[in-house]
Design a protein around this ligand. Structure first.
Ligand SMILES: *[C@@H]1O[C@H](CO)[C@@H](O)[C@H](O)[C@H]1NC(C)=O
Ligand SMILES: *[C@@H]1O[C@H](CO)[C@@H](O)[C@H](O)[C@H]1NC(C)=O
Ligand SMILES: *[C@@H]1O[C@H](CO)[C@@H](O)[C@H](O)[C@H]1NC(C)=O
Ligand SMILES: *[C@@H]1O[C@H](CO)[C@@H](O)[C@H](O)[C@H]1NC(C)=O
Ligand SMILES: *[C@@H]1O[C@H](CO)[C@@H](O)[C@H](O)[C@H]1NC(C)=O
Length: 272
């Protein structure tokens, strides 16, 4: 009886092995490593060319997923941005706020009937977060206030920022403080049209220097200041006039709402 069970187990095992190896499937990339740039604003994945490519020309498909490895689906997700490269590395601009999982697979370029390899994964976890709820409000031309909640006592906390990748890092020059903690920064040179503004909050926690990085899109952080309304009367006409936000003139629509005493609210047509 025991011998038969072993035979059965062996047969099952062999059939699984045979089913698991597709001779046309390309070998997976090897030795995938991830590393942050010194300013923690970009993450580079590097890997080695797999052995056994023979004369195949290949490229590599990559995906960055903002979740812990292994990601919930191992199939390429068409809603996410998929990158391809013929090199053995790829760099993303990304902050270290969240878990990141990177997958890479070998892809046939000129390779007969070989098929893409299985994906290999590597994850990287965020550093200890000593600030949370990092929020920015772009409220006037070039002006943005960013605030955060401090969750560890970090007296040497400093914020550095830059508008674009090519810009150099600048220190915050006008902090908001609460007791002895820095809780925000007023910035007055933020370019509205920049893709991202990059922020690096650096501080010493339990003896080590930690960077918490954030990327924010100024366009997505807009909250204009309340407008000032001027009302003038000329005979039986009222004239409504207001100032306009000081930036991105082409982006605004205005609605004037008024109501006569004890009557329903009326809405004037939008004015562009
Ligand atoms: C991957 O790393 C291992 C151990 O460091 C090494 O022996 C192997 O040669 C590497 N593979 C490639 C393709 O570089
Ligand atoms: C990578 O290979 C695929 C074919 O498998 C091709 O469609 C794609 O254009 C290639 N991309 C690059 C960047 O070489
Ligand atoms: C990425 O690969 C390219 C081309 O092989 C090489 O020139 C570059 O130095 C590599 N970058 C990194 C960060 O390894
Ligand atoms: C931003 O900070 C400046 C400087 O402290 C302040 O005058 C302004 O009212 C703040 N605006 C917003 C929207 O937080
Ligand atoms: C972050 O913001 C959320 C929602 O506004 C709030 O519930 C939470 O307490 C905040 N966290 C900290 C550490 O202040």
């Amino acid at each position: 009886m025991i011998g038969r069970n072993w035979d059965f187990a062996l047969a099952l095992c062999l059939s699984v092995m045979v089913a698991g190896v597709d001779p046309n499937e390309l070998p997976e990339p090897e030795n995938l490593t991830l590393s942050w740039s010194p300013d923690h604003f970009s993450l580079t994945a590097e890997w080695s060319e797999p052995a056994g490519l023979d004369d195949c020309k290949v490229n590599y498909t990559l995906e960055l997923i903002l979740e812990k490895c292994p990601p919930s689906s191992t199939e390429p997700n068409l809603n996410k941005e998929i990158r391809q490269t013929v090199h053995l590395n790829y760099t993303w601009e990304v902050s270290n706020e969240r878990e990141i999982c990177i997958w890479v697979r070998t892809n046939p370029l000129q390779c007969g009937n070989r098929t893409p390899s299985k994906a290999v994964y590597k994850g990287i976890s965020p550093p200890l977060a000593f600030v949370k709820n990092f929020t920015c409000v772009y409220y006037s031309d070039m002006k943005m206030n960013c605030t955060w909640s401090v969750i560890s006592h970090v007296p040497d906390l400093q914020l550095f920022y830059r508008n674009e990748v090519s810009d150099h890092l600048k220190p915050c020059s006008a902090y908001f403080t609460k007791e002895d903690m820095k809780t925000g920064c007023h910035l007055d040179d933020i370019i509205f049209k920049s893709h991202h503004t990059f922020f690096n909050i650096i501080g010493t926690v339990k003896g080590s220097i930690i960077s918490n990085t954030f990327m924010r899109v100024p366009r997505d952080s807009v909250k204009p200041e309340p407008l000032e309304l001027k009302i003038t009367r000329d005979g039986d006409r009222l004239y409504l006039q207001s100032n306009t936000p000081e930036f991105a003139q082409q982006c605004w629509k205005y609605k004037f709402r008024y109501n006569k005493c004890n009557e329903e609210v009326s809405l004037l047509p939008s004015v562009y």
